[in-house]
Design a protein around this ligand. Structure first.
Ligand SMILES: [Zn+2]
Length: 233
């Protein structure tokens, strides 16, 4: 009984913070996959641009004829504007992953989050001349403040169908094959190009296994497009 009470308390605490499951949209609208009518998927990369990894990932995508969507952190866009500009010029889509990737009060005070989202919009607009439509919350959390801020800033919340989970574990060849094996038409996959560190063993592994992921998706007849193209149907 005591265990059940503790577990219940955990659930309540979780509800207060918001939902983390990418397919559960409890507090507002959001997208976690696209139409299943065409044999394409969307690869998304979070937390960049990063000076050591983003261009290498873009080179791999180019070599495979793939385009992706980069959920950029506005602060990193300002630090590495050339990288963001190059992604846009190469046909990739840039989207909003907040300006400072705050995971404290930023996630719970709608007005504060809205200001942060608008600041990221401006960073991206200054680089691309376009205002992004899509927003992925920091750490993927959704709660009433996240949805309210998105609505006010004119952004659509996007999570994912499957995550590489390369922020926590090395994206090994085995994980890349497993991810490709459960991917179907219309799915949205999430990986990371950014890192809080100048060098990251986890991110090296993402770069190393990305060609295998793309090859395996292609072997299953799946092309890789931007979110804009995926959601166009
Ligand atoms: Zn992130």
């Amino acid at each position: 009984m005591a265990t059940a009470l503790v577990a219940g308390g955990g659930v309540l605490a979780g509800m207060a913070a918001g939902v983390f499951h990418p397919r559960v949209m409890l507090f507002g609208p959001g997208i976690w996959r696209g139409p299943t009518t065409r044999p394409v998927v969307a690869l998304t990369f979070d937390d960049g641009p990063h000076p050591h990894y983003t261009a290498r990932i873009a080179d791999i995508l180019h070599a495979h004829g793939a385009r992706a969507t980069f959920f950029c952190v506005g602060r990193e866009v300002e630090r590495h504007a050339g990288l963001a500009r190059a992604l846009h010029a190469a046909g990739h889509q840039l989207a909003n992953h907040t300006w400072r990737h705050g995971t404290g009060a930023d996630l719970f005070v709608a007005s504060r989050l809205e200001a942060d989202l608008r600041r990221c919009q401006e960073s991206l607009f200054s680089v691309t001349g376009e205002r992004p439509r899509y927003y992925r919350p920091a750490v993927g959390v959704r709660n009433p403040a996240v949805h309210q801020a998105a609505r006010q800033a004119g952004l659509t919340v996007v999570t994912w169908t499957h995550a590489a989970r390369d922020g926590a574990w090395a994206f090994t060849a085995r994980r890349a094959r497993a991810l490709a094996a459960r991917t179907r038409a219309g799915h949205i996959l999430t990986l990371h190009d950014g890192s809080p560190h100048a060098r990251s063993a986890l991110r090296e592994q993402t770069v190393e296994s990305l060609p295998l992921l793309l090859t395996e998706l292609r072997a299953r007849g799946l092309g890789t497009v931007t979110l804009r193209e995926l959601l166009a149907g």
